[in-house]
Design a protein around this ligand. Structure first.
Ligand code: 5AD
Ligand code: SF4
Length: 443
């Protein structure tokens, strides 16, 4: 049992980039309370598991992690770290976690984590605290101002989803679509840039559904927000993720041709290439409609790097329908993409649909999909060889003098030479693999 107030904490985030953002903000909240971050989980008095519920495997990880924390974190006096479960598993299965894992003292949903310090105090006093109310527009206002950050920073501009794809838990765990106000975002972006950020990635489950009013009261979408952020002088790169095809409006497509700070990269999930499957997924667009959007983006920004998400083995997916997914991949020529086996999520319409696909069929389809995507990312990277581009230095590499950074097309580029974290350096791309490139620093 932990009875005293924790002095050190460790936040571990699973899943999407929004969870990474939330995890950073939770760490800032705890630091503002005077707690210190512990690099190793075993050394922390408080462990926050910021969980993901999107696929079954992600959920299982939470329970095995709880077991491991208790085992590895047990002190000589027999006490264990205070465990808080945050994020989407907390939202969806809070009560179950409390019942199944007595060691968990705090359960806090993604819209309520501004209350984390108060809940930790309650738990440290011997109680248990649960907060999964939704939505909480109060959250962002209650978070501390952002301070020092890395060269590339996340900024959540939109949360939640009203699309209700039939396989997906997000509308239930993150709630309805909510756009944060324009002025708040401009202010937070300024604070990030003052803290060292040179690139900001705007985040949202449906980031391109963001809408707001600018300082003159005009209704603007994500393109307008990106334009306003572009005015921040020391901000050199703007990215956004994840987008829905139906929210790809004309202004945003055009912004890819006209906003020089908007990077040539678009993550636009399609999930399947079969119109029958897309309909059963409630995606509200056809395979062709999706490809037409890509064509329009390519027309204004020919070098754009495209990315997507795919699900294989959605209930009822036939071999012919899967072949249509391979076809849309051929047509789209992705620079990178994510592919997943369908995972039945409790409470979603697809979980009870007829025709659930056998695991070995899914495995086999995933392998073929993966091979096609690898082929295309290698082709995209190879086509970049010979290009000279700016690389934003994000990390030290594994070898002495080596640096890792990102090209405008979000490729990982490693090079050696005289550089520093946060630099934007000129690099010649000289060699390509499917997942990264090597470059030569331009003197
Ligand atoms: N099973 C498999 N993949 C899923 N995704 C969302 N829900 C599921 C599910 N139940 C994938 C989609 C989405 C990405 C974030 O995760 O491809 O775009
Ligand atoms: Fe889930 Fe679909 Fe919403 Fe994306 S658009 S978060 S896949 S429901």
């Amino acid at each position: 049992m932990t009875a005293s107030t924790p002095r050190t904490f460790h936040v571990k985030s699973f899943g999407c980039q929004m969870n990474v953002y939330d995890g950073e903000r939770m760490a800032e909240l705890l630091a503002a309370e005077g707690m210190t971050a512990a690099d190793a989980r075993e050394d922390a008095d408080l462990v926050v598991l910021n969980t993901c519920h999107i696929r079954e495997k992600a959920t299982e990880k939470v329970y095995s992690d709880i077991g491991r924390i208790i085992k590895e974190g047990r002190r000589e006096d027999g006490s264990v770290p205070l465990i808080a479960v945050a994020g989407c598993v907390a939202q969806a299965e809070g009560e179950e976690i409390m019942a199944r894992a007595p060691a968990v003292r705090v359960v806090v949903g993604p819209q309520a984590y501004h209350r984390l310090p108060a809940m930790v105090a309650e738990a440290a006093a011997g109680g248990r605290a649960t907060e999964t109310d939704m939505p909480a527009e109060a959250k962002f206002a209650a978070l501390p101002k952002r301070r020092k950050v890395g060269a590339s920073a996340f900024l959540t501009v939109q949360e939640g989803c009203d699309k209700f794809c039939t396989y997906c838990v997000v509308p239930y765990t993150r709630g309805a679509e909510l756009s944060r106000p324009y002025a708040d975002l401009v202010a937070e972006a300024r604070a990030l840039v003052e803290g060292g950020a040179r690139e900001i990635t705007l985040l949202g489950q449906n980031v391109n559904a963001w809408a707001g009013e600018d300082e003159r009261g005009r209704h603007v979408g994500l393109a307008g927000l990106a334009e306003a952020l572009g005015q921040i002088e020391d901000l050199t790169r703007i990215r956004y993720t994840t987008s829905h095809p139906m929210d790809m409006d004309d202004a945003l497509i055009e912004a890819h041709g006209s906003n020089p700070k908007l990077m040539p990269f678009l993550h636009l999930p399609v999930q399947s290439g079969s119109d029958r499957v897309l309909k059963a997924m409630n995606r509200s667009h056809s395979a062709d409609g999706y490809l037409r959007i890509l064509e329009r983006v390519r027309a204004v920004r020919p070098d754009i790097a495209l990315s997507g998400d795919f699900i294989v083995g959605f209930p009822g997916e036939t071999e012919a329908e899967f072949a249509e997914t391979l076809q849309i991949i051929d047509a789209a020529r992705y620079a990178q993409a994510f592919s997943f086996k369908y995972s039945a999520r409790p409470g979603t319409p697809a979980a009870t649909m007829d025709g659930q696909i056998a695991p070995e069929v899914m495995d086999e389809r995933l392998q073929r999909l993966h091979a096609a995507l690898q082929r295309d990312s290698l082709a995209f990277n190879k086509a970049s060889v010979g290009r000279r581009c700016a690389v934003l230095v994000e990390r030290k590499g594994r070898h002495a003098g080596q640096w890792l950074g990102k090209s405008p097309w979000l490729q990982s580029v490693h090079f050696t030479g005289d550089a520093a974290l946060g630099d934007l350096v000129e690099v010649d791309l000289i060699e390509a693999g499917p997942n990264s490139l090597s470059g030569r620093l331009v003197a």
